[in-house]
Design a protein around this ligand. Structure first.
Ligand SMILES: [Zn+2]
Length: 81
């Protein structure tokens, strides 16, 4: 007569209590550099001040937006830039 070998039907499961993973919180995004007050004013005013002072050959001094074609409001001659 054969002796019946008894196999365990289930092995005891080793439940390892894993250390709870801590949530890795990324560093907060650094705040942008504060805007310089002068730049803030320019931006609020609608952008950088692209105006320049021109001196015409006629002697007229005027301020106009920076452009490739600036004409003197006094003599209407085109200004070199
Ligand atoms: Zn002029």
């Amino acid at each position: 007569m054969q002796s019946a070998r008894v196999f365990p039907t289930s092995r005891p499961t080793v439940r390892r209590d894993r250390a709870r993973r801590l949530h890795v919180v990324p560093d907060p995004v650094p705040l942008p550099e504060p805007i310089h007050p002068a730049e803030r004013r320019l931006r609020d005013a609608g952008g950088p001040d692209d105006r320049a002072t021109y001196t015409c050959q006629c002697g007229y001094l005027f301020e106009a937006p920076v452009n490739t074609t600036v004409t003197c409001p006094n003599c209407s001659s085109e200004q070199a830039w």
